[in-house]
Design a protein around this ligand. Structure first.
Ligand code: SF4
Ligand code: SF4
Length: 215
């Protein structure tokens, strides 16, 4: 349907004055800005790799999978990170924890396999923010190289080895717990994990009134 002429607001271009028509004020402004940058010159180029980069504390580099106090992978295979990941680069296969093994009575599941495609990842940090048990975190490691795409698929063992490499280096505190860098850091004390219990529908509203506390 054609637009009715009376619905159109015509905007007239304001006429230029004499000096604006010469463009001299704009040229002078441009030269002033250029002169300011010349006289206040500060080098911004980093001489990497000769000089290591000085990274901010919250830099998001290669992932690690944390271990719990018993040395087991801390991940409980809840799939929250894979669900939150916008790049769809986390692939987890969950396995039921062996019920008759006393070492696993506090778990329902653990990851049988856990793979992150570090080439697809956009290093947004959503996975570590989504993780309810601070099992996945991003480290200061930024110089990630590989000769093949396959090498850039980090499996569970590789992600655990990144934890072993970085846990004592001082550059990677447990960011989401102590580092106050995500919603999970709001927990003063992380909730104790236990076997999942059946929550009756009439209990749910009472439980949801105390966010962050799993009873
Ligand atoms: S950092 Fe972002 S893109 Fe990378 S795995 Fe985590 S959620 Fe996915
Ligand atoms: S969100 Fe955490 S616990 Fe859940 S699957 Fe991912 S790493 Fe494991």
């Amino acid at each position: 349907m054609p637009i009715n002429a009376k619905d159109v607001d015509w905007v007239e271009e304001p006429p230029m004055n004499f000096w604006e028509a010469t463009f001299l004020p704009a040229v002078v402004d441009g030269l002033r800005a250029t002169g300011h940058h010349v006289t206040h010159f500060k080098p911004v180029t980093q001489m990497y790799p000769e000089v290591a980069s000085d990274l901010p504390k919250h830099y998001r580099g290669v992932h690690r999978l944390n271990r719990d106090d018993a040395g087991r992978v801390k991940c409980v295979a809840c799939m929250m990170c894979a669900t939150a990941c916008p790049a769809r680069c986390i692939d987890i296969v969950a396995q039921e924890a062996p019920k008759d093994d006393p070492n696993w009575v506090d778990r329902d599941k653990f990851p049988k396999s856990f793979v992150i495609d570090e080439l697809k990842c956009i290093y947004c940090g959503m996975c570590e923010e989504a993780c309810p048990v601070d099992a996945i975190e991003m480290t200061h490691i930024y110089d990630l190289t590989g000769m093949t795409r396959q090498e850039m698929l980090f499996d569970k063992e590789k992600l655990l080895s990144v934890f072993d490499q970085t846990k004592d280096c001082g550059l990677d505190p447990v960011r989401t717990h102590k580092g106050k860098l995500g919603p999970a850091s709001d927990f003063e004390q992380l909730p104790t994990l236990g076997p999942a219990t059946q929550v009756r529908s009439d209990d749910r509203s009472a439980k949801s009134a105390t966010p962050g506390v799993i009873k």
